[in-house]
Design a protein around this ligand. Structure first.
Ligand SMILES: Nc1ncnc2c1ncn2[C@@H]1O[C@H](COP(=O)(O)OP(=O)(O)OP(=O)(O)O)[C@@H](O)[C@H]1O
Ligand SMILES: [Mg+2]
Length: 370
C-alpha cells in the first residue's frame, strides 16, 4: 500500500480527498476545496455522510475497493454537496496508508472528476488534434502547389513574349494573374509557420491597434465598445501574430455587420483552466461580440477549416489563421452564434513566470484591504 505525500497532492489538478477507516475526512487538496467549495481545515474530522448527501453509490465503491484491496472507479456518481448542489462525478477509490497519521493507519484516497468538465476537455483535445492535422496537411499541400506554380508562371511569361498575335496575350495574362493569385493564397497559408517572436505585452495594446485599424477601414457606421479589465497581467506573446488573430475575427464581425451595428471587445481573467492539455492558474479571455446576422448554420461546424467562406470574395483563411496563431500561443478560440449575436472567445494562458506581476499586484491589494 502506498503513502501519498500531501505536498504532491496539493499540486494535482484532480480533486483528491483522504479519509480514514471510519470514513472521516482527513484532508482535501486545493482542487477538491474548489470543487466542493469547502475548506480542508473546516471539514477535517467530519464523516463523508455528513458532508455529502446521496452517498450510497460512493459507499458501495468504497466497500468494493476495500474488500478487494484494489483501486476501483465509479464512472457515474451523483453527490449532493452542502445540501444544495448536485455534482455529476466519476470517482476512483484507492486504499492507501494515511501519511501523517499514526503508524500504519489505513485509509482511502478518493479522486473526483467532474464529468461535464471531462467531456469538455475531451472535446477540446479532439479539436486540437484535428487542427494540428489540418495544419500539417495545408502546409504540405501549399508547398506542393507553390513549386509548380512558379514554373507555370515563368513559362506563361516566356510564351507571352514570344506570341505574335496580340489577341493571344489575353490568355497568357490570365494564366499569370491567376498564378499570382494562387501564389499569394499559398503565401498566406504558409506564413503562420514563421517562428513566433515572444515578448511581454499588454493585450489591450493589441486590441487598441485592431480597433483603430477597423475604425479606419470603416470610417462610418461601426461602433466598437470597450470593456477592458485593466488589472490583467502581461502576456508573453508575439504581438504581430496576436494582432493578426484578433484583427481577422473583428474584421469578420465588421463585414457581417455591413456598417450597421456594434462590436464589443471585452477582456477578463479566468482562473484554474486547462488549455491544450496543460493546466494554468490564470488565463486571459478576450471576447469579440457583434450584433450582426450570426454565422450561417451550415458553416458553423467548419468555420475554422481552411477555404471555408460564406462571403462573396472571401478566401476562407481568416479564422484558420487566427486559430493557428492562438494555438501557437497555447490558447484556444471558440465561438457561440445565434441570429442577432455572435461572440468569439480567445483564451490565452498566462505562463507562470509572466504571472508574477499579477500575483504581486494581488498580494498588494490583499495587504491594502487587510
Ligand atoms: N462575426 C461573424 N458573423 C457572421 N458570420 C461570420 C462571422 N465571422 C465569420 N463568419 C463567417 O465565417 C466565414 C469564414 O470566415 P473567415 O474569416 O475564415 O474567412 P473569410 O472572411 O470568408 O475570408 P478571409 O478572412 O480569408 O478574407 C465568413 O465568410 C463568414 O461567412
Ligand atoms: Mg475573414
Amino acid at each position: 500500500m502506498t503513502t501519498p505525500s500531501l505536498s504532491g497532492l496539493d499540486l494535482l489538478p484532480t480533486a483528491v480527498v483522504l479519509v480514514d477507516v471510519g470514513l472521516a475526512v482527513r484532508y482535501l487538496n486545493p482542487a477538491a476545496e474548489n470543487l466542493f467549495e469547502m475548506s480542508s481545515k473546516n471539514v477535517a474530522g467530519q464523516g463523508l455522510d455528513k458532508l455529502f448527501s446521496n452517498t450510497a453509490v460512493l459507499q458501495a465503491a468504497i466497500g468494493y475497493a476495500r474488500a478487494n484491496n484494489c483501486s476501483y472507479t465509479e464512472h457515474d456518481l451523483e453527490l449532493g454537496v452542502n445540501g444544495r448542489t448536485r455534482l455529476h462525478l466519476s470517482c476512483t477509490v484507492t486504499p492507501v496508508e494515511l501519511p501523517d497519521g499514526k503508524a500504519h493507519e489505513d485509509g482511502l484516497l478518493l479522486e473526483f472528476r467532474h464529468i461535464e468538465q471531462q467531456l469538455k476537455i475531451a472535446r477540446e483535445e479532439r479539436m486540437l488534434d484535428q487542427s494540428q492535422a489540418t495544419r500539417e496537411l495545408i502546409r504540405n499541400l501549399a508547398h506542393e502547389i507553390k513549386n509548380p506554380l512558379g514554373g507555370i508562371r515563368g513559362a506563361a511569361q516566356l510564351l507571352d513574349r514570344e506570341l505574335e498575335r496580340p489577341n493571344l496575350h489575353e490568355y497568357t495574362q490570365v494564366i499569370m494573374k491567376e498564378a499570382d493569385r494562387l501564389q499569394s493564397l499559398m503565401d498566406r497559408l504558409l506564413t503562420p509557420h514563421r517562428l513566433p517572436q515572444p515578448a511581454q505585452l499588454n493585450i489591450h495594446e493589441v486590441l487598441e491597434r485592431v480597433r483603430s485599424l477597423i475604425l479606419a477601414e470603416y470610417p462610418r457606421g461601426i461602433a466598437i465598445r470597450r470593456d477592458y479589465d485593466v488589472s490583467l497581467p502581461l502576456l508573453n506573446g508575439d504581438k504581430e501574430q496576436l494582432i493578426q488573430a484578433v484583427l481577422n475575427v473583428v474584421r469578420n464581425a465588421a463585414q457581417a455587420l455591413q456598417e450597421r451595428g456594434e462590436i464589443s471587445l471585452r477582456t477578463r481573467v479566468v482562473r484554474q483552466i486547462t488549455l491544450a492539455r496543460r493546466r494554468y492558474s490564470h488565463a486571459i479571455a478576450v471576447e469579440i461580440r457583434d450584433n450582426g446576422p450570426g454565422i450561417p448554420e451550415g458553416l458553423r461546424e467548419r468555420i475554422f477549416h481552411p477555404l471555408v467562406s460564406g462571403r462573396a470574395g472571401g478566401s476562407g483563411l481568416g479564422l484558420t489563421l487566427a486559430q493557428n496563431f492562438v494555438n501557437q500561443h497555447h490558447g484556444m478560440i471558440s465561438f457561440e452564434s445565434v441570429s442577432g449575436e455572435t461572440a468569439f472567445t480567445i483564451l490565452l494562458p498566462v505562463q507562470e513566470n509572466d504571472e508574477r506581476g499579477t500575483m504581486n499586484a494581488e498580494r498588494r491589494n490583499e495587504n491594502r484591504s487587510a
